[in-house]
Design a protein around this ligand. Structure first.
Ligand code: SAH
Ligand code: SF4
Ligand code: F3S
Length: 492
């Protein structure tokens, strides 16, 4: 997972097979010592967002408890799992190509099984299994507990499918096996699913209703990571601000806004504060915040605890209020800018990043210009930028025509990317001369002589290694930069 982090997760689509992303620490790949091996090996490859990668760790934990061993070489695997993403058409195409590749592997090893996990499972179960005969098992994100029995079914030649979505599954009792861990950063899921129904988005359809995980199980996982030497946790949810827990089931199901007495509910601000108190030297991050739900109480908690990173990923999606309404984001441009002002007021040195979609249905040139003008107003530190990709079954697919030609979508996206580059560079140049505290994560990709890591905001810093090693906190004086990275030297 640490590698994911270094590749700018929160939500950038990244492909990582275990063989690519393993950073040593192969210990974490072993099944528990008290569980005898069943002689079978599995290989798992994950696509999509950090939540999907976190789910692969839950899957590894479930399989490990059944005696399966993992392998980084799919050629020797008895089962090959692909944990899939549906967020854009391109993501699905990537996975389909991968499945075709694995079908060739199966020709060499006819006994091997191929399993599709995650977000493509529900949508494409029939196609993948029946029409294309690409896979032997299809398992949706809420059905991982049924994996051992489904594997048995598939081994006996039956179709093995479980794509049922659940209203309560949070895998709260499962301690995830840290698959590609560097032992420094870990992701911890706090909610599953999403109730927001943004009109462009497939996630509510693939992952089902939103549910929060019991705070005690979250805290137990964080404390366990801390006691094992982890230095940073990122709390994950599609909309972390809507986290809420009450022991009373009736209250738990209600929206916070409907409750007069919020003391009855343990909300995201309460959770963040409890996690921050686990250890003063444990850095805490979270993603993703939703502009409609990110209230000042969360900002005050961030400001109060130095170990909660001053970095907020607050996807705006668009700069024009009409487009935002069509996207069903339930806030407008003014509301978003007011939230930005609140961040700047309460946490003055906060890093703010976002997601933006270009070329949504009916977008006019003027509306596109409003996205650019909002970017100029906010000056995001970083942005994940996409052109709109229609997803079957979503509100937008049903209601609106995907009428912006691809070349125009691409041109608008490029304008957004170019502008973001100038803002990132501007931000980075302002860091030159400062001394930042950096948590060292790994050796730099470009040189074995350099290390890289992030400061408490989200700046990626590269510097000559001297005596430092991954897991150390070091002070780095920034001497130079590009639009994506800061360069510096360790100071005493
Ligand atoms: N829960 C997060 C986002 C999860 S999906 C949030 O609400 O912000 C990650 C990003 O993918 C979204 O923020 C959006 O920018 C992008 N995305 C989602 N559906 C898309 C689609 N159909 N076409 C293009 N981009 C999309
Ligand atoms: Fe998708 Fe919107 Fe939910 Fe994010 S908040 S996962 S964009 S529906
Ligand atoms: Fe994540 Fe992709 Fe599913 S972004 S929630 S893996 S559709």
């Amino acid at each position: 997972m640490a590698d994911l982090y270094n590749n700018k997760v929160p939500f950038e689509l990244k492909t990582k097979s275990m063989d690519e992303s393993i950073q040593g620490n192969a210990m974490t790949l072993k099944r528990p010592e008290n569980v005898p091996s069943n002689g079978k090996k599995y290989y798992i490859e994950s696509y999509g967002c950090a939540m999907n990668f976190a789910d692969s760790e839950v899957v590894a934990s479930i399989l490990g408890a059944e005696g399966f061993d993992s392998t980084r070489d799919y050629n020797e695997a008895d089962i090959v799992f692909v944990n899939t993403c549906s967020i854009r058409d391109k993501a699905e195409q990537t996975v389909r190509n991968r499945l075709l590749h694995f079908r060739a592997v199966k020709k060499r090893n006819p006994g091997a099984l191929i399993g599709v996990l995650g977000c493509m499972a529900e949508r494409l179960k029939d196609k993948l299994m029946e029409e294309e005969k690409l896979v032997d098992l299809v398992i949706g994100p809420d059905a991982y507990r049924s994996l051992p029995s489904l594997i048995q079914e598939a081994e006996s030649g039956q179709k093995a499918i479980n794509v049922l979505l659940s209203r309560d599954e949070t895998y709260a009792d499962i301690n995830p096996v840290r698959l590609a861990s560097n032992g420094i950063n870990a992701f911890v899921s706090i909610t599953r699913g999403c109730d927001n129904m943004c009109s462009f988005c497939v996630v509510p359809h693939t992952r089902g209703r939103e549910r929060s995980r019991h705070p005690e199980s979250i805290l137990a996982e964080v404390k366990d990571l801390y006691s094992r030497g982890y230095k940073e946790v990122t709390l994950l949810g599609q909309n972390v601000d809507s986290y809420r827990w009450s022991d009373d089931e009736k209250i738990r199901g209600k929206k916070l806004i409907e409750l007069r007495d919020t003391d009855q509910v343990f909300n995201f601000a309460n959770l963040l504060e409890a996690v921050a108190q686990v250890g003063k030297d444990l850095r805490v991050r979270f993603s993703t915040s939703h502009p409609k739900d990110m209230h000042d109480n969360v900002l005050h908690v961030i400001a109060k605890y130095p170990n909660i990173c001053n970095s907020i990923h607050l996807p705006v999606q668009h700069g024009n209020s009409e487009m935002l309404a069509k996207m069903n984001r339930t806030y407008d441009r003014e509301w978003y800018l007011e939230r930005i002002a609140a961040i700047r007021r309460i946490i003055p040195d906060c890093c703010i990043s976002s997601d933006i979609i270009a070329g949504f249905c009916g977008e006019t040139e003027e509306q596109h210009q409003e996205t650019l003008s909002l970017m100029r107003e906010v000056k995001f530190h970083m942005n994940y930028m996409y052109h709109y990709s229609e997803r079957p079954g979503t509100l937008a697919a049903k209601r609106y025509e995907d009428d912006i030609p691809l070349n125009i979508k691409k041109r608008r996206l490029q304008e957004i990317i170019d502008l973001q580059r100038t803002h990132s560079l501007e931000w980075n140049k302002k860091q030159i001369g400062k001394t930042l505290e950096v948590l060292v994560e790994k050796t730099s990709k470009k040189s074995d002589e350099d290390l890289c890591g992030r400061d408490h905001r989200f700046n990626m810093v590269v510097f000559p290694k001297m005596d430092a090693k991954p897991g150390d906190y070091v002070k780095v004086k920034i001497t130079d930069c590009s639009s994506s990275v800061l360069l510096g030297e360790i100071v005493a």
